[in-house]
Design a protein around this ligand. Structure first.
Ligand code: PNS
Length: 170
């Protein structure tokens, strides 16, 4: 059975990696798919190409994981690619309500099943949003993200710091 682990992955965290590792032991093949929306590009720190490159680097050691991207409805992607099952990670009860709604809607509009995998408790407070927040102030996120994400964050915020210094006339 094949599965798709969709997400924004802006950037991929250790929590995502944990869910992916577990999924790769359960399913024959797992596709990590960066879902993107051309009208919402400004919401992300990393471009689609950057996110795909980080995912490829972070998952190179898996023999049954591949990386893809798609702009549109997840159910259309699942149908077009005959991808099987959707995987989503759950960190805490707070994720459940949102994920439950999406899973029901995806089954209603596309007859696609979702399987939830619980991330290890040590990652329950880690999110891409918080990682970006910490990294933007120069905090250490190396435990919370794979090495590829940490390097990409360093590169990204180096640009931001340089731009700020130029703006401030330093
Ligand atoms: O990592 P995220 O941001 O929690 O992932 C959410 C994502 C990208 C999986 C979800 O927003 C999604 O599936 N977007 C594609 C558009 C879509 O199908 N939306 C309808 C769901 S009912």
């Amino acid at each position: 059975m094949n599965a798709v682990f969709p997400g924004s992955f802006d950037p991929i965290t250790s929590g995502h990696m944990d869910v992916l590792t577990r999924a790769s032991r359960i399913f024959d093949h797992v596709t990590l798919t960066v879902m993107h929306n051309a009208r919402k590009t400004g919401r992300h720190l990393f471009t689609l190409e950057e996110r795909v490159a980080v995912l490829q680097e972070a998952t190179a050691h898996f023999s049954n994981v591949s990386v893809d991207s798609f702009g549109g409805l997840l159910v259309d992607y699942m149908r077009q690619q005959q991808k099987g099952i959707i995987i989503r990670g759950l960190r805490a009860v707070s994720d459940y309500e949102y994920e439950l709604q999406i899973a029901h809607l995806n089954r209603q509009i596309g007859e696609v099943e979702t399987v939830f995998i619980m991330a290890a408790t040590r990652w329950s407070f880690v999110s891409s949003t918080m990682v970006k927040e910490i990294a933007s102030y120069g905090g250490d996120v190396s435990e919370m993200v794979p090495r590829a994400s940490a390097s990409a964050l360093r590169r990204k915020f180096a640009e931001v710091y340089a731009e700020r210094e130029v703006e401030q006339g330093r």
